[in-house]
Ligand binder design. Structure first.
Ligand code: AMO
Length: 439
């Protein structure tokens, strides 16, 4: 059957075809990116994962059957081409392939739901509806190659620093973060929720004596609002460490951000060029701005903000103008941070919580945690939550819980800072927002 691979094996990715291969017979496989039929000669561009190659079919030189096959190509069909590499001044890579044999492995219906060659611009909704085609574009797939590097470097970083990777449940019985709503689900005969953070489990792993753990996993937030930086399902890079303070884990966060920057700059230059991003390692240490100072800056720029309020969007924008790169916001009021955050010993209205910002975008929050059972229970009650819902968590504080600190870094937001994108939907393969549940 013509549509099967039979015994054909791809010999080269298009990226690796160069003048060293002239006169060799090779096999390429990929998508029909472009067809130009000039009558006496047909040019086809074949695209694969990370490159393109020109196939040149001069009617005088090649078998009429093959020419007919090529003329019948449809854009985005999947084909395999066996042919000889030859020098060409005009081909973009200085070489082209003269085909000897062709297999059409799968034909693409026409018209295409969107143009993957970028000649016709599509709206974000059309793109997301046809995401598998959208992702065929270099500028879109580059985002995910950078993300893959980011996650890879993160794992290496944690491993090098003695952290163990863990996987905690995403079907959970109670809230952790306050503020955002939970997604309820039916769990047999009772109600459960999709996890909004591995927070409680991270802390219980400290009681388990693991001391340094990290997790990279989905979190679910029933955010009602539709913004460029919120999704209902997103990836969080979480860490927790025993015998460390908030300052210690801020240092770890800063080092991780820089390792990722250095690795992306080193290994993803091609993708950064495609995205037109001039990424630079960040200045270390990151500036530290106390919440008090932030309130002063914001009020001095004519946006009103009371002490004790969370940052409004307008307030974040002012801070972003003042600090366009990475910076920490520290000493947050206890009132607006979750129950597990350690209050400041001298002034309990303030806390050991911090956020990491990039310009006007919050990319991480963390804190030193309360490790004393009674204080923790008191805070749970103060926040209007029911301690009974936290029984198994609270129990882990009764039998040897060390002091500990940690943070959660929004991987999709972090990727926005690496790729220069301002819509979080761009950095997620199949984003889930207020209106979108498919594909
Ligand atoms: P927080 O709720 O601040 O903290 O979340 C941590 C980071 O996750 C990202 N994030 C989101 N990204 C996109 N869409 C969303 N809806 C969304 N919600 C959160 C942000 C944010 O900074 N348990 C704590 C972390 C800790 O203290 O360890 C927590 O979940 O980048």
């Amino acid at each position: 059957m013509a549509s099967l691979l039979d015994n054909w094996k791809r010999t080269h990715f298009t990226k690796n075809i160069n003048t060293n291969l002239v006169d060799e017979e090779i096999i390429v496989m990929g998508w029909v990116h472009e067809i130009r039929d000039l009558g006496g000669i047909v040019f086809v561009v074949i695209r694969d994962r990370n490159g393109r190659i020109q196939i040149t079919a001069p009617s005088k030189k090649i078998d009429s059957k093959i020419l007919e096959q090529i003329r019948g190509f449809r854009k985005e069909s999947v084909v395999a081409i066996k042919g000889k590499v030859q020098n060409s001044d005009k081909a973009p890579k200085g070489v082209e392939i003269i085909p000897n044999e062709i297999k059409v492995l799968n034909e693409a219906n026409q018209p295409l739901p969107m143009d993957p060659t970028d000649k016709v611009k599509a709206e974000i909704d059309t793109r997301l509806d046809n995401r598998f085609i959208d992702l065929r574009r270099d500028n879109i797939s580059s985002i995910f190659k950078i993300k893959s590097q980011m996650l890879h470097s993160t794992r290496i970083f944690f491993e090098e620093n003695g952290f163990i990777e863990v996987n905690t449940p995403k079907l959970v019985a109670s809230a952790t973060e306050g503020g955002t709503e939970l997604f309820p689900i039916t769990y047999f005969e009772r109600e459960a929720f999709l996890g909004q953070s591995p927070q409680l489990y991270k802390q219980m792993m400290m009681a388990a004596g693991f001391e340094r753990i990290f997790e990279i996993a989905q979190i679910f937030r029933a955010e009602e609002h539709d913004t460029l930086r919120h999704l209902n399902e997103t990836i969080s890079i979480d860490m927790e460490s025993s015998f460390m303070t908030d300052l210690d884990v801020m240092d770890i966060l800063e080092k991780l951000i820089n390792k990722v920057l250095v690795d992306v700059i080193e290994n993803c230059q091609e993708e950064l060029n495609i995205l037109n991003v001039d990424l630079k390692p960040s200045q270390c240490p990151f500036p530290v701005v106390t919440y008090d100072k932030a309130v002063n800056i914001i009020n001095s720029k004519d946006v009103e903000m009371e002490w004790g309020e969370d940052l409004s969007r307008a307030a974040e924008k002012i801070l972003g103008e003042e600090y366009p790169n990475y910076y920490f916001l520290t000493e947050w009021p206890s009132e607006i941070k979750p129950f597990y955050v350690m209050p400041n010993e001298k002034d309990p209205t303030k806390s050991h919580a911090f956020d990491l910002m990039y310009g006007n975008l919050e990319i991480s929050s963390g804190a030193m945690r309360i490790h004393q059972h009674d204080l923790l229970k008191e805070k749970i009650v103060e926040k209007g939550l029911n301690p009974n819902s936290f029984e198994s968590y609270l129990k882990s504080f009764d039998y040897g819980m060390p002091p500990h600190s940690g943070w959660g870094l929004g991987a999709d937001r972090f990727n926005m800072t690496l790729t220069g994108l301002n819509n979080i939907r761009e950095t997620v393969l199949f984003p889930r927002d207020r209106k979108r549940l498919t594909p």
